[in-house]
Ligand binder design. Structure first.
Ligand code: IPE
Ligand code: IPE
Ligand code: MG
Length: 253
């Protein structure tokens, strides 16, 4: 495939293609579950439950749209500070999602992987994650990454620790540490950088999601609360992305 010039409008590329014509990587900060429940006078847990339904729809929509990589921010390192009740609701829903959805994911060609400090969850959740990863390991249509107990600062600190240990052991020269090497020590080492990051609920911040990897991502902030997210919102964000001209510091535009 011929690479498109970096400053070429994306409208000239297939809908689900990244800037070089490769598969697009979309990151999604799924926000607004509690506000959705509150607006309906429902318990918070039902907002999170409706959020899981939106995840199901969105994974299907992303696969149908031909997106190659979808990374969902489902639970941040900071979300552990929520009440024990809410954390229990969220981890319970996560286990249900993994167990119920694994067959559909496998059938639809979705490969599921989890990034983040999974060992902070209980053993039942850790096993459900491992089982879903194993059952979908051979799939290639859509790479679905779920960020769980994930925080970009913790991820970067872990990479720095790993490199420091190699330096201390005398197997790595400090001068050899460069951007590529740090990238290879992140949880996302096998993934392309995100091209587009969508956040729902109207908030306009990263909240510690993919800080290193998002250096040149495009951002689309949508006013919809996560449980109301539909395929049409994904299409809207993709259409907005295709109108952007990405320059990576070099284009003229
Ligand atoms: C997103 O919705 C889900 C998680 C962060 C786990 P929230 O729970 O943050 O809901 P709001 O943003 O408070 O409405
Ligand atoms: C970000 O949402 C984390 C997830 C979507 C999992 P939060 O609701 O936790 O972020 P803040 O607190 O609004 O920044
Ligand atoms: Mg929130």
């Amino acid at each position: 495939m011929t690479a498109a010039p970096l400053n070429q409008p994306l409208a000239a590329l297939p809908d689900a293609a990244g800037p070089q014509g490769g598969p697009l990587h979309v990151g999604l900060i799924m926000d607004g579950n509690r506000r959705w429940a509150k607006a309906r006078g429902l318990p918070r847990a039902l907002g999170h439950k409706a959020g899981v339904d939106a995840v199901r729809r969105t994974v299907q929509a992303a696969a149908d749209a031909g997106i190659g990589w979808l990374t969902l921010f489902a639970f941040s390192s900071e979300n552990w500070q929520r009440s024990a009740d809410e954390v229990r609701d969220l981890t319970g829903l996560l286990r249900i999602y993994l167990r119920r959805e694994v067959n559909t994911l496998a059938k639809n060609g979705v490969r599921l992987r989890v990034i983040g400090e999974r060992d902070r969850f209980g053993s039942e959740t850790v096993s459900a994650i491992a089982a879903a990863e194993e059952a979908t390991a051979g799939n290639t249509r859509l790479n679905l990454t779920v960020a769980l107990s994930y925080g970009a600062r913790a991820e970067i600190a872990a990479a720095a620790r790993a490199l420091a240990a190699q330096v201390a052991a005398g197997t790595l020269a400090p001068g050899a540490v460069d951007e590529a090497m740090l990238t290879r020590h992140l949880a996302t080492r096998d993934m392309p950088d995100p091209d587009l990051i969508i956040r729902t609920s109207g908030e306009q911040r990263l909240s510690n999601f993919l800080l290193w990897q998002a250096a040149y991502a495009e951002f689309v902030f949508l006013d919809v609360l996560w449980p109301d997210f539909e395929a049409a919102h994904l299409d809207q964000a993709l259409a907005e992305y295709r109108r952007r001209v990405r320059r990576f510091g070099v284009g003229s535009g």
